[in-house]
Design a protein around this ligand. Structure first.
Ligand SMILES: Nc1ncnc2c1ncn2[C@@H]1O[C@H](COP(=O)(O)OP(=O)(O)O)[C@@H](O)[C@H]1O
Ligand SMILES: [Mg+2]
Length: 250
């Protein structure tokens, strides 16, 4: 488990789900007896296209009610969560194609920050760091709608980083991205890991990203298999490269 920063609470945040079953129109996507995603975990979520990686993340984020199952979130600051859905936003889900607001990059980075329980100097400091890390300083006054895929993802991760979620789920964070953005995103994810943020990362690319993961969840044959270590996936990567569904879109 990674070292926690002093700003984080002593109680480790987690989301646990038991007796989970997800079906769409009678078709069982996956089931699992119990899954726990904790602060400090860095988990590689593997599964072929369509096996349910994004669906699982949305369930853990409280965005999708599973067909069956009980979710419990512990170790979160109650006062910050006024939603009627008590699970929403605790484990933060970052979409593969992140939603950005109309407006500038700066606006997207700062929107909603003042309403969070962060002190102003902390906000300014983290904002500055995020801009540096994601190399967004030249783009601050650009319209977010004109950003490339890689720049959008960097902005979305920078925004998440400023808000310091305890649990963050990154759905295919380096897919369809130029090498420069991939490198920056990897560095940002590594920093999140060093801070002790719980990370659940789905990817079909095993380079770099999976190397920094410490646990492995694998959706296979409608089951979610969990392991405390990431297997050597080099040979599987060769197979993935040959599979047409994994060819990156231009
Ligand atoms: N809201 C939905 N209604 C019906 N089927 C869905 C819905 N969401 C996802 N699915 C189906 O569930 C399967 C898994 O989707 P997804 O979680 O996106 O897989 P992955 O992220 O592993 O590629 C797909 O076949 C998809 O079409
Ligand atoms: Mg997906």
């Amino acid at each position: 488990m990674s070292q926690m920063s002093s700003s984080q609470h002593s109680q480790i945040a987690s989301v646990n789900v038991t007796n989970l079953v997800q079906q769409f129109e009678q078709r069982t996507l996956f089931s699992v007896d119990s899954l726990t995603f904790r602060q400090g975990d860095v988990i590689y979520l593997q599964g072929d296209n369509g096996t349910g990686k994004s669906t699982l993340m949305k369930i853990l984020a409280g965005l999708l009610k599973p067909t069956q199952g009980k979710l419990i979130a512990t170790g979160f600051d109650k006062s910050a969560w006024w939603h009627t859905n008590s699970l929403l936003g605790k484990a933060v889900y970052l979409h593969q194609h992140p939603y950005l607001f109309d407006g500038s990059v700066r606006y997207n980075l700062t929107y909603g920050l003042s309403r969070r329980e962060l002190q102003q100097p902390t906000i300014s400091q983290r904002l500055h760091q995020a801009i540096e890390m994601a190399q967004l300083s030249q783009l601050l006054d650009h319209s977010a709608s004109n950003l490339s895929g890689g720049e959008r993802q960097r902005l979305a991760i920078a925004r998440a980083w400023i808000c310091q979620p305890k649990l963050l789920m990154l759905d295919e964070p380096i897919s369809n991205m130029d090498k420069h953005s991939q490198k920056l995103v990897l560095a940002m994810i590594n920093l999140l890991k060093m801070q002790g943020t719980g990370l659940l990362i789905s990817s079909h690319q095993t380079c770099g990203l999976t190397a920094l993961c410490q646990q492995h969840w694998h959706i296979n044959h409608q089951k979610i298999h969990t392991s405390q270590h990431v297997p050597n996936l080099d040979t599987q990567q060769d197979n993935l490269a040959m599979e047409p569904s994994y060819v990156l879109a231009k």
